[in-house]
Design a protein around this ligand. Structure first.
Ligand code: TA6
Length: 288
């Protein structure tokens, strides 16, 4: 399997497939502009670090579990075809089906300073094509298609975990003018007019379009910029102290070094896919 993957999709001195210590198949990117990796499990983008950065851009828990059928705590889990618990079936897995299914590699190429990888999955009457671009910037683009003859509502989220230096020294700009649903208080809140700072468990679904979101990290002296496309929802999450203790695959103190800013279409912005129609959601991540 590894030999075939490398023969068909490997790129000399840039992209190689291998078996991770967990036994999962991974693609590993190492170029002059960045390093990165992804798993076939979940089409899961696991690592990204541009050259010159002392810390990865994407966070991965030291307690993360790498096992077929289990979600990976870090990187970019793909939430589809629902986000959070499935309203009609509490026994269904949180955040949908695709983050624990095995995806196929369908393409790889060099494009400018980047290595671009295409992954795909057909499941539950949907076709998914996911393109990841590993370069001086990180690009993710997910296209979901309705393969059935019925209208199919669905939610989608690129559940991106970011590495930060100190949770008490970060702020998130770009969502100040957008109202949100606070999942902790279960209340709808008006636009705050202020950058987001973390002082407690934070779990917010912003509903609106924003051209750019900036994660300002003073302790790492960097600003991570997200440029979403076709995304009407942005989820901001930090589990804080008590929830961190309840997460088996997450260190009790790891809330200090991470936050999630998720590029999505969920809730009132869910997709209503007509038969044979597709929708894409994408985000470009760069260092300011
Ligand atoms: O995106 C925030 C959130 O929905 C939180 O409510 C929390 O559940 C987080 O996702 C992680 O979910 P997971 O199923 O990966 O543990």
């Amino acid at each position: 399997m590894i030999h075939q993957l490398n023969q068909k999709f490997g790129i000399a001195d840039a992209l190689q497939f291998s078996v991770h210590s967990s036994g999962l198949i991974q693609g590993v990117i190492k170029t002059s502009t960045c390093s990165g990796s992804f798993f076939l499990l979940g089409g899961h983008l696991a690592e990204y670090q541009p050259s010159g950065q002392s810390k990865p851009v994407l966070f991965m828990s030291r307690e993360a579990v790498f096992e077929v059928g289990k979600p990976i705590r870090g990187g970019v889990p793909i939430c589809f075809p629902w986000f959070g618990p499935k309203a009609s079936d509490p026994s269904a897995p949180a955040h949908g089906l695709v983050r624990t299914e095995l995806w196929q590699v369908t393409g790889s190429k060099r494009l400018n300073d980047a290595i671009v990888v295409d992954l795909s999955l057909n499941t539950a009457g949907f076709g998914l094509v996911y393109q990841i671009s590993f370069g001086s910037k990180l690009g993710m683009s997910l296209t979901v298609s309705n393969l059935s003859e019925h209208v199919k509502p669905c939610e989608v989220a690129l559940h991106t975990y970011f590495t930060i230096g100190d949770v008490s020294k970060v702020s998130i700009r770009g969502l100040e003018s957008i109202s949100y649903f606070d999942k902790i208080s279960q209340k709808s809140e008006p636009a705050s007019g202020n950058p987001i700072v973390f002082t407690a468990e934070t779990d917010r679904v912003y509903s609106g379009v924003t051209p750019q979101i900036a994660l300002e990290d003073s302790s790492l002296a960097r600003t991570i910029v997200l440029r979403p496309q076709n995304s009407k929802s942005t989820v901001v999450w930090n589990p804080w102290i008590e929830k961190s203790k309840r997460l088996a695959d997450f260190g009790d103190d790891e809330y200090l070094q991470m936050c999630c800013i998720e590029t999505a279409n969920v809730g009132q912005n869910q997709l209503e896919l007509q038969p044979a129609k597709s929708e894409s959601v994408a985000v470009e991540i760069s260092l300011a």
